[in-house]
Design a protein around this ligand. Structure first.
Ligand code: ADP
Length: 700
């Protein structure tokens, strides 16, 4: 009785497996033939079971005939399967398949049209005893030859193939050989030798096929239905668990407590039980899934969780090496069944380069069929999966124990993870490169700045030496000039005896030139004082009106010489300012002198205005003017414009420089308006509320 239940269950298991394979991997021809094989076994098992149940001997004989249908087609189905498995090694010959089919049909006709194979079936002592015809031997030869001949072909395929395919063939071949041998020996050989009672156990040997196929499905991704089968096993385990509980509770209720079905206590126990299950259903499911997962080595991977943790890392500003360390920890905690490592060693990377492992590709060792070298390299390093993330960094997963394959789910997760990492590592190394580049740049800039600073200091030293020299030289010039001037004055005064008129005129000319020389020396001395920040200012109440009139008087002879009219617009009275008389006078004198010098015809107009806040002096001429693009050069040291050089070759170009410094040292301002050929107007303005006049410091 139990044997019948077991055999029935074996049949159902085989059928479910075949059905799952054909439904879940529809495009796989081998899967379709595998399904046919399971149908053949079921078509064999069902009549055998019916035969066992039937008391009438004539029916037994009829069922015995039907029991030939399944096995007769087995060589046909097997040919289809082996020809198409594995997928990339298909060698299918339709004529050969037809021949096998014709043989099958012949034997089937013989089997169904009379009692040729089994001539008699009688029940003796509860067992069925058979009598066999001579054709039965022929049939045995057809079946055993058809099956084992093809399994030998499958063995040759196994020898030739590599990697995962080889492993899959190995499992299936083992399943087929054990099942077929068991079935043939128990169901045909033993009964023919007179041991009829074992015939029924033949179908149990198909458990081998079921077992090895399931192993190949779960561990070696056969038909790509690992996850589905894992879920199925999970459901079966869960159902068994509930069944055991219900069965136990019922047993306690009926056997131990001796309660009837409608007893209130019974109902109460049922309710408590229902409540307990309902409130813990999630924990139970999780627990069972975990146990089954551990059993099948197919933990469910939480890809979203991994990505979430990656994203958390991404926003942290970690160095590349810290980042990689953390990534390694995340992967290993989320994919506990696979040891991941981020390989960076030189040896390893150069090996990858030599064998041309490309980036953004997932290399699965058991599936590398094209390059034996690559597979060898991975074997040598004991790597199951490899993905190059950058030139230096590679994500590697260790080989699994017992050569188990990575599941489809794991491979998908790893592929997704490496895509993500690929991007963020590129991002990070770019960031690091920029950072390093910045550092180098900063260093370079610093070096150049230091160089410039040194050069600048040297220039300053040279400049100082030059200024010192000019200052010393002009200082030394002052004494001889005043001695020359003293003697010349004595000559013209007649102190050294009478001189002729011609001599007087000549000496007077010499005196004028000596004065001019003196002025130049004074200017140079002032300029170098300003440069050295030593301009000394002697403030005293000063009347600008008076000063302007004196300056005009001093220069009127020169204006007359050049036939230039001097126009004035002066007030009768003006408030005093606190100024350095000598220096401001020099500045005003220089401005009026420039106006006369750089005007060839026309006039110079001088005006002085006092408002509540300012006193402003303006000197306007009708001279050569200053080109607009040269305006910014006028107050610079030694700056002289071309148009000025032409009409006055002997200027120094420092008058305006000194004037500006002196006026600004009095908190005053100097500016001008001018256009070439249209004359110029220079303005000097002092605030009436004078701040303290800086006497020792000037801006350079
Ligand atoms: P210098 O008169 O000795 O050349 P300044 O410092 O006084 O030196 O003047 C600098 C330059 O400014 C002159 O060489 C000249 O080109 C220009 N400049 C000054 N005043 C006038 C002016 N009134 N008209 C035209 N150009 C002027």
């Amino acid at each position: 009785m139990i044997s019948v239940a077991v055999i029935g269950l074996v049949g159902i298991l085989n059928l479910v497996l075949g059905l799952t394979a054909v439904i879940k991997s529809r495009r796989n021809t081998a899967a379709k033939y595998y399904f046919l094989i399971t149908i053949c076994t079921v078509l064999w098992i069902i009549p055998l079971l019916l035969l066992e149940y039937t008391p009438q001997d004539e029916y037994k004989l009829l069922f015995a005939r039907f029991a030939f249908i399944g096995p007769t087609f087995l060589p046909v189905a097997l040919y289809g399967f082996i020809a198409h498995f594995p997928k990339n090694t298909t060698i299918y010959s339709e004529p050969l398949h037809r021949i096998i089919l014709i043989f099958g049909l012949i034997f089937l006709t013989i089997a169904l049209t009379g009692n040729h194979f089994i001539t008699q079936a009688i029940t003796q002592n509860g067992y069925t005893i058979y009598e066999y015809g001579y054709q039965y031997t022929l049939y045995f030869i057809y079946l055993a030859g058809g099956i084992f001949g093809q399994l030998f072909w499958m063995y040759r395929k196994f020898k030739k193939s590599v990697g995962l395919d080889q492993l899959r063939i190995k499992y299936l071949l083992t399943g087929f050989v054990l099942s077929a041998s068991g079935a043939l020996v128990m169901n045909m050989v033993f009964p023919m030798l007179g041991f009829d009672s074992v015939a029924l156990f033949g179908p149990i040997s198909t458990l081998f096929l079921f077992y090895f196929t399931t192993q190949a499905i779960i561990y070696h991704r056969l038909f790509d239905i690992g996850t589905f089968v894992a879920n199925l096993v999970e459901t079966i385990a869960l159902a068994t668990f509930f069944y055991v509980i219900i069965f136990s509770v019922r047993t306690i209720q009926i056997q131990v407590l001796e309660l009837s079905f409608y007893d209130p206590l019974n109902i109460f126990i049922d309710l408590v039980f229902a409540f307990l299950v309902a409130s813990n259903i999630k924990t139970i499911i999780r627990l069972i899934a975990k146990i089954v997962g551990r059993l099948l080595i197919t933990d469910k991977i939480q890809v979203e969780q991994i990505i979430k943790e990656f994203d958390k890392l991404r926003i942290k500003s970690l160095s590349l090496s810290d980042y990689l360390q953390k990534v390694e920890v995340i992967i290993n905690s989320q994919l506990p069944k696979s040891k991941a490592k981020l390989e960076q060693s030189q040896d390893f990377t150069s090996g990858l380069n030599v064998l041309r492992f490309t980036r953004e590709k997932l290399y699965i060792r058991q599936e590398i069929l094209t390059s034996q070298q690559k597979a060898k390299f991975m074997k040598q390093w004991q790597i199951g999966i490899l993905s190059r993330l950058s030139d230096e960094i590679t994500l590697v997963f260790a080989e699994k124990d017992g050569q188990h394959a990575y599941t489809k789910q794991e491979i998908e997760a790893i592929s997704y993870i490496s895509q993500r990492l690929h991007v963020s590592i590129a991002e990070r190394s770019l960031f690091e490169q920029t950072k390093n580049f910045n550092k180098i740049l900063q260093k370079k800039v610093q070096q150049q700045t230091n160089k410039l600073m040194r050069a600048n200091n040297k220039l300053k030293e040279l400049d100082k030496a030059k200024s010192d020299f000019i200052s010393m030289a002009s200082h030394q010039l002052r004494t001889p000039i005043s001695v020359i001037k003293g003697y010349l004055t004595m000559i013209t005064n007649g102190d050294l005896g009478p001189i002729s008129k011609e001599v007087t005129t000549s000496v007077e000319r010499v005196i004028r030139n000596t004065d001019q020389l003196n002025n130049i020396v004074e200017d140079i001395l002032n300029a170098s004082r300003i440069e050295q920040g030593r301009l000394h200012i002697n403030p005293a109440p000063t009347n600008l009106l008076q000063m302007t009139i004196t300056a005009i008087q001093e220069l009127s002879a020169r204006a007359e010489e050049k036939n230039i009219q001097i126009k004035t617009d002066l007030p009768t009275k003006i408030n005093n300012l606190i100024l350095d008389q000598t220096k401001i006078f020099e500045a005003i004198l220089n401005l009026i002198d420039n106006a006369i010098s750089y005007t060839q015809q026309g006039s110079v107009s001088i005006s002085l205005k006092e408002t509540t806040e300012f006193i402003t002096l303006s000197i306007q001429d009708t001279g050569i003017g200053i080109p607009k693009d040269k305006h910014d050069q006028i107050f610079k040291r030694f700056s002289r414009l071309d148009n000025a050089k032409q009409i006055r070759p002997d200027g120094t170009g420092i008058g305006l420089f000194i004037a500006k410094k002196i006026i600004e040292a009095h908190n005053g301002a100097i500016w001008f308006e001018s256009e070439e050929h249209k004359g110029s107007t220079f303005y000097v303005e002092f605030p009436k509320k004078q701040l303290s006049v800086s006497s020792t410091k000037t801006t350079k």
